[in-house]
Every structure is written in structure tokens, then in C-alpha cells.
Design a protein around this ligand. Structure first.
Ligand SMILES: Cc1cc2nc3c(=O)[nH]c(=O)nc-3n(C[C@H](O)[C@H](O)[C@@H](O)COP(=O)(O)OP(=O)(O)OC[C@H]3O[C@@H](n4cnc5c(N)ncnc54)[C@H](O)[C@@H]3O)c2cc1C
Length: 286
């Protein structure tokens, strides 16, 4: 992949291979406008930007790990999608929706062996189900640059312009879901191997009195992956009965500004948002 990157980036002048995080940050800050982080490199070779003069390879920094403690699961930024699928820790968290999303994001095992969770989050390709599952899981990012900070993934996508110049995502952190948590990830494409028309991720913590936590997210149908806040608000404190589910699904569909392209019209995507949110919530109440 490195060789492909070196060929595809026409104006590349320097390749940095730091062995510590602080060396990587220093290299990034020298020319922040024209330096890119190299993780799996699959997005970089696809986009092949002429403006990139420097690559900072972060694959030797020990950032490929999955750790769980009582309150959270930490996934290092260079952990590959296949490592996530194979992790028994990830399979046990929230009905394994992150592993499902990694599997459904691409049928190519070769790409899953190379693509990293950090690259997936930053590239935020419309086809990525990983970002949608992470939003439903309430993920946060550890970002290290001039200083270290934690950013929620929804804030990361809401903020523009891209806040990552001169900084590196080191970890994706998923809060441990409370007991009685159920989650679902649904995806719709013309055929299984084609680019998706819409992804929906849902997570609820169900109590006898109703939903204590409710997170819904959508991707592929919208320009950026996003939470469905108005639909979530309708679920909090309510049981997942037919009326609540239908109301939340309608609110979800009304709240998005769908893409209109060759794969599906905006009208169809809005309708499918309603259908997939309803199906996801029906799945969670069973
Ligand atoms: C043939 C092909 C098929 C593809 N198919 C799909 C698909 O089906 N679904 C899909 O979702 N995507 C697809 N992609 C896009 C791409 O693979 C993904 O967006 C993603 O997995 C990139 O991860 P990476 O580790 O390879 O990232 P890179 O290419 O290494 O990086 C992606 C971007 O993120 C930045 N970056 C990476 N890691 C960090 C970090 N830790 N901190 C800060 N910045 C960082 C890089 O500088 C770059 O701008 C495809 C790409 C190709 C080439």
C-alpha cells in the first residue's frame, strides 16, 4: 500500500516513519497544510491529492490494540477492520454492531486487513458503516496535537472545517453500554456487494419505565454520517411500542437532507430512512 501511495501522490517529496507519537506530531506540524497521516493508505491512493508533499506513517506507533476496562473499550487508531471483526471483545459489545458494520462496509477481506478505524473515521466515506455504528455506540476520539483532547464523534462530524490539521487520532473510545442494551445495524444496497444507499445504526438501553439511552445514526444517505437527534428525543423515557417506533421513524426521515445520485433518489433514501429506523427499533424491542 505504501508503494501505491508513493506512486499515486504526484507531488510527494518526503516520507516520514516516526517511532514515537511526539516525533509524528513534530513531522506533521512542519508543513501542516500539505502533510497527511498515512494509516492503511486505501483512501489516500483513491483520492491521490496533488497537494500532499509529506506523508507521516503512523503504523509503527503501537496504535493497533483493543482494550476493555470497566467503563470503556479503547480501539487504537491503526487497528484494522479485520482485527475488529475478529475481536471477541467487540463481538460482545452492544450485540456486536461494530463488527457487523466493519464486515458490511466492504466485502473485500484484503481491504479490511489494511483499512484502519482511524482512517475510516477521518475519511468518512459515504459508504462507511463503521462511522454509523460508532455514532450509535456514542464513540469519542482521542486527538493528540499541540495538546491532547477528547472529542465526541458527533461533534467531530458537525464541525467544519476539518479540525485535524497537525493532529493525530490515537484512539476511538466506546463507553461500556449499560445492562439491557440492545443494538442493531442495518444496511441497504442494490445488491450485497454494491455501494450502500443507506446505513442505520441504533442502540437503546431499555428499562421497565422506557428507554434510558437512545442513539440513532444514519450514513450513506447523507453527506456526512450523523445522529438523528429529534428521533432519539422521542424515544427517551418511552417504551418501544408501535406508536413510539412509528413516530421516531417518521421524525428520523423528516430530519435528514438526503443525497440524490445514481444509486438512489433523495425521496427514496428518505423513505428508506423511515423503514430502516422502524425495522431497527422493532428488532431492539424483541
Ligand atoms: C478500492 C477501494 C475500495 C474502497 N471501498 C470502500 C468501501 O467499500 N467502504 C468504505 O467505507 N470505504 C472504502 N474505501 C475508502 C477507504 O478504504 C476507507 O475510507 C478507509 O478505510 C480508509 O482507511 P485507511 O486506514 O486506509 O486510511 P488512509 O488512506 O491511510 O487515511 C484516510 C484519511 O485519514 C487520515 N488519517 C488516517 N488515520 C488517521 C489518524 N489516526 N489521525 C488523523 N488522520 C488520519 C489520512 O491522512 C487520510 O486523509 C475504499 C478505498 C479503495 C481504494
Amino acid at each position: 500500500m505504501l508503494r501505491a501511495c508513493l506512486i499515486m501522490l504526484a507531488n510527494l517529496q518526503r516520507y516520514h516513519r516516526p517511532s514515537t507519537l511526539s516525533e509524528a506530531i513534530t513531522a506533521l506540524k512542519q508543513t501542516p497544510d500539505t502533510t497527511a497521516v498515512l494509516a492503511g493508505g486505501t483512501h489516500l491512493i483513491e483520492t491521490g491529492s496533488d497537494s500532499i508533499t509529506d506523508l507521516v506513517d503512523i503504523t509503527h506507533l503501537g496504535l493497533d490494540f483493543i482494550r476493555r476496562d470497566a467503563s470503556q473499550i479503547c480501539i487504537g487508531a491503526t487497528t484494522s477492520l479485520q482485527q475488529i471483526i475478529d475481536s471477541s471483545v467487540i463481538q460482545q459489545v452492544a450485540d456486536g454492531i461494530l463488527a457487523t458494520a466493519c464486515r458490511m462496509t466492504t466485502v473485500s477481506r484484503m481491504r479490511r486487513n489494511v483499512s484502519t478505524i482511524g482512517g475510516e473515521v477521518v475519511a468518512a466515506a459515504p459508504s462507511s458503516g463503521v462511522t454509523v455504528a460508532l455514532l450509535a455506540l456514542g464513540a469519542r476520539l482521542c486527538v493528540v496535537g499541540d495538546f491532547e483532547q477528547t472529542v465526541s464523534l458527533d461533534t467531530f462530524y458537525e464541525e467544519a472545517p476539518q479540525p485535524l490539521r497537525g493532529a493525530i487520532i490515537t484512539e476511538v473510545v466506546i463507553p461500556s453500554p449499560p445492562p439491557q442494551t440492545r443494538a442493531a445495524f442495518l444496511s441497504l444496497g442494490a445488491i450485497a456487494s454494491s455501494l450502500p444507499i443507506i446505513h442505520v445504526g441504533a442502540m437503546v438501553a431499555l428499562q421497565p419505565i422506557g428507554c434510558q439511552i437512545a442513539r440513532l445514526a444514519v450514513g450513506a444517505a447523507t453527506r456526512k454520517p450523523m445522529r438523528l437527534a429529534s428521533a432519539e428525543a422521542l424515544l427517551i423515557g418511552h417504551k418501544l411500542d408501535e406508536a413510539t417506533i412509528n413516530e421516531a421513524a417518521a421524525a428520523a426521515a423528516a430530519s435528514i437532507d438526503p443525497i440524490d445520485d445514481v444509486r438512489a433518489s433523495a425521496t427514496y433514501r428518505r423513505q428508506m430512512c423511515r423503514v430502516l429506523v422502524r425495522r431497527a427499533l422493532e428488532q431492539l424491542r424483541q
